[in-house]
Design a protein around this ligand. Structure first.
Ligand code: DHB
Ligand code: MG
Length: 219
């Protein structure tokens, strides 16, 4: 028998989150300050934030890139897993989000290790690439952009480096037909999964968390 995919028991989810990743004061403060500043309430679940930290730790990340900073919740989690002195370049298109994120990095003691770049990823990434190659790239921005961000990661990660994609299930729409209001996003997300799974640049899987975290190791 092939065992089923994931687990939808809320009591188990609550148990695992409470045991491994109860939201600490730093992350809670980032989440509440982000909401108060009017940012969309779309940061990672605490358990996915812990997944990011553990993946950064497991690959010994010293240089990481994030596409989509929001309020800094995920960036702080990545930095927590990085080797001492490791740096994060994070790209954010909304200046208001970047301001909240800078405060998050300051409050968590990461000011010197986090560079927040404000602008479109298309404009910023070529500049960030000069600091590469990178150990980890977390993609969490516009879903239509995921295929081009994956290409960037493939070109700028070291062999053995990790690419991680948030919202890999596209809010439950991943397996649907690429038509209608979300058609462009569905097509882009299906395309990026095909690339990650089988174009030969990564060995990859999807961690079946609530949102889905796709993880690929650069070959
Ligand atoms: C949305 C975007 C995200 O990256 C996310 O994690 C959750 C929601 C959104 O656009 O709604
Ligand atoms: Mg996301």
């Amino acid at each position: 028998m092939n065992k089923p995919f994931g687990n939808d028991d809320p009591a188990l989810a609550a148990y695992v989150t409470a045991t491994y990743a109860p939201e600490d004061e730093v992350l809670r403060e980032i989440r509440t300050r982000s909401t108060r500043a009017g940012l969309p309430d779309i940061q990672l679940a605490a358990l996915d934030a812990r997944h990011l930290e553990i993946l950064a730790r497991a690959c010994g990340a010293r240089r990481a890139v994030e596409i989509g900073t929001l309020g800094g919740y995920s960036g702080v989690s990545i930095l927590r897993g990085m080797a001492p002195g490791g740096t994060l370049d994070t790209v954010e298109i909304e200046p208001k989000h970047a301001t909240v994120a800078r405060e998050s990095f300051r409050k968590s003691g990461f000011t010197k290790r986090a560079r927040v770049h404000v602008g479109s990823a298309q404009r910023i990434l070529p500049r960030v690439a000069r600091r590469g190659p990178f150990d980890l790239c977390f993609i969490d921005a516009d879903k239509e952009g995921y295929p081009s961000y994956l290409d960037w990661a493939a070109s700028n990660l070291r062999p053995g480096g990790l690419v991680i994609l948030d919202n890999a299930f596209l809010f439950g729409h991943l397996a649907g037909k690429p038509t209608g209001r979300r058609g462009i996003e569905i097509a882009a997300m299906q395309r990026v999964h095909t690339m990650l799974a089988s174009d030969g640049r990564f060995r990859a899987t999807v961690l079946p968390t609530g949102e889905g975290l796709a993880v690929g190791v650069k070959i």
